[in-house]
Ligand binder design. Sequence first.
Ligand code: NAP
Ligand code: G4F
Length: 350
Amino acid sequence: MIMSKKVLITGVTGQDGSYMADFLLESTNYEIYGMVRRASTNNYHNIKHLLNNNRFKLMTGDLTDSQSIDNIVKEVLPDYFINLAAQSFVGASWQIPEQTFEIDAMGVIRCLEAIRKHAPKCRFYNAGSSEELGNVDYSPQDENHPLKPRSPYGAAKAAARHLVKVYRESYDLFAIQGLLYNHESPRRGEEFVTRKITKAIARIKKALDYGYEFEPLELGNIDAKRDWSHAKDFVQGIWTMLNQSSPKEYLLASGETHTVREFVEKAFLYAGIKGRWVFTGDLNNTLPENEVFKKDSGEILMKINSVFYRPAEVDLLLGDSSKAKNDLKWNPKITFENLIKEMVENDLKM
Ligand code: NAP
Ligand code: G4F
């Protein structure tokens, strides 16, 4: 009897993990093992549609607990181990730097050790980030750009990149860390800027439609530039990376960069709300915190709150994914505009 292959996905309750599970259940006949950590309240909203699928099984483990990772790998003996779990919010990584490093760097050692001991033929993917490049030297960035992180999160992911390489070279493991730029979707966590914007727009739209007062959306640095894509396109890229003949690492990005400001304008427009940028108060006062986005009728839609500024910022991200496109035939389909439309429409429906 031919045994079905087994894929272990950590971070399955998150954005990428849940799309990866969807994609593999649809496009393969493999058994999918999703690792979840114990939580006091239910956080299965991204995977509730999978819970009755008999090829989808949940395993309890935690990247901070080596015994649990070891046990899961020993029991499942996966053919693929896709590590998407992380403390993934850059902003929080200054408040919880130790926990961020514990999960995002030490957690990767725990995965690699378990694979080395129990499943050395398993193909391992670790989720790398454009945050590792940080204060960039040139644009667009490519796979050769030096690691220059600006946050505890970026530093932890950079450490993980070195660890993956060390284990690959020391033990001949198929272990890679992709270099992925920002990717979003209706399943994006609510504190990340794109989803924070689309959630707030849905709230504001309702208030405008019913004629009641509302609090504006509050953001930090709206001039930061990001290279945004759709998470669905990226999980396919990750899977292609894992199925090459040899373990090579690739950069996935859209090749376009946009400011947070642009995202705000377009997202409001897609919700049917027209706004414009205005400085409030004294005419000479062009400090960022004095700029607002408002309707001609006077309602303030968005204002700056310095609480959301970071101790150090990555000002510009723009990736060149031509290697992935040429070698892997990776072909992302969802445009920046369609990504925003989908996110706005989803939040308006909720
Ligand atoms: P996400 O939605 O925040 O999901 C993170 C997942 O990690 C959640 O399922 C979370 O579980 C789990 N997790 C957190 N700490 C854990 C621990 N100690 N043990 C086990 N599981 C834990 O993140 P995402 O956007 O899908 O990103 C997936 C991966 O790609 C992350 O590693 C992220 O750093 C990286 N990345 C993301 C982007 C992007 O733009 N989205 C770009 C580059 C790299 P709970 O539900 O229990 O919290
Ligand atoms: O949406 P963000 O929090 O994403 P960030 O920091 O770029 O990190 C995301 O992408 C990385 C890949 O580059 C991933 F590795 C990481 O896991 C995560 O998925 O912030 C985007 C930009 C930043 O410049 C931030 O300063 O938006 C700016 N921003 C302005 N106001 C804000 C806000 N970000 C958040 N979250 N909230 C604000 O109010």
